[in-house]
Design a protein around this ligand. Sequence first.
Ligand code: IMP
Length: 426
Amino acid sequence: MSAVVLIGTQWGDEGKGKITDFLAKRADCVVRYQGGSNAGHTVEVQDEKFMLHLVPSGILYPQTICVVGNGVALDMGNLIKELDGLQQRGVDTSNLRISLRAPLVMPYHKKIDELEDRSNGIGTTKRGIGPTYADKINRTGFRISDLVMEPEFFETRFKAQVEQKNRLITEIYGEEGFDYRILMDELLSQVEILKPYLADTSYLVYNQIKEGKKVLFEGAQGTLLDIDHGTYPYVTSSHPISGGACVGAGIGPTCINKVLGIAKAYTTRVGEGPFPTELNDEMGEKLRQRGCEFGTTTGRPRRCGWLDAVILRYATRVNGLTDLAVTKLDVLDEFPVLKICVGYRYEGRVLTEFPENIGVLAKCEPQYIEMPGWQKDLSDVTEWSDLPVEARNYIAKIEELSGVKQSIVAVGPRRSQTIVSGQLFD
Ligand code: IMP
């Protein structure tokens, strides 16, 4: 059995797309299990750059089965656009499978996301993620299978939902509502395009694992954006942690044998919310520029700061990490001194565990250790032994502080810029 869950250990944007792509080459099946068009995974192949949002990063390998699981908030229009874009660039998308249970993102969800975020101030991606999951939990949402298998029942419920959402949009926000007939026609034409891809993906993934195939679960966002375990309310509305893979793909925890955490060599976050190691100075700006820290989905500049080992330890715990991949190490090439946060000072005490409450987190002052930088260009290094000693020490410190061994170090966006020291698939 070889099933690996890959997750972000921080606030997303850890470079998961690149590592997924690297592992997808060795995988038979890559599964997305949560999130939706809010995700933005960048994969660089030779001189070509691919931005993936809903499609699993394994799509660039024609032999890999790619699954959009039941936990993914499915925006059919966006998925069709993404598939068109890939096909135009010669990518074979015939191995994609979409869960019949996937909840649909409706145009009103995106509108409500935009309107509600004005007052909530979460700084969402406006892709309708929160309102879609809210409807799912409230049992007022729609699954793609409803549209295919029970169109008449779907239409009756859908008409009532559009009326209800229109009341919110027009009466509370004073904006224009939606014409249910136009939406219905649009949904019916979209589902016709996606029909060939629909499947019972829980059955498919289970059998892949049972047959001994290598299955990779591709987490989107990151641990601190988890609805339960993240910095609530400044989180997304799904479960990016490893446990989310079971629910969002429809398999049991005994099916999984490794959990790979992706940690950027420093920390970033997009959107609002406390961020203890944030650098609001030229150092932060240097990280942003060197790391090209601008959102893949929204283009927003990301907030940047030093590596936070309190967060990594927390991610180790809530995800059950067995392995670690450290990404974007090359971004630190020019810094003479590097800092790592090892604890938080809060009301005269030092906290070493991540606080349960964001009010506490907002008042935490990071306690740093300092390490010498390497001040050498790492972008061509392909062997662990060729890394400067300062870089190896930095990684060793991360292993010591997080309690997890690294298996992969990335020193640039290209596939070749990856140093591998552990075997992830048995
Ligand atoms: P939502 O997922 O669009 O509802 O946004 C909720 C929060 O999660 C916001 O702070 C977003 O910036 C953040 N977020 C959502 N998706 C990503 C991602 O892929 N990378 C980083 N942050 C994300």
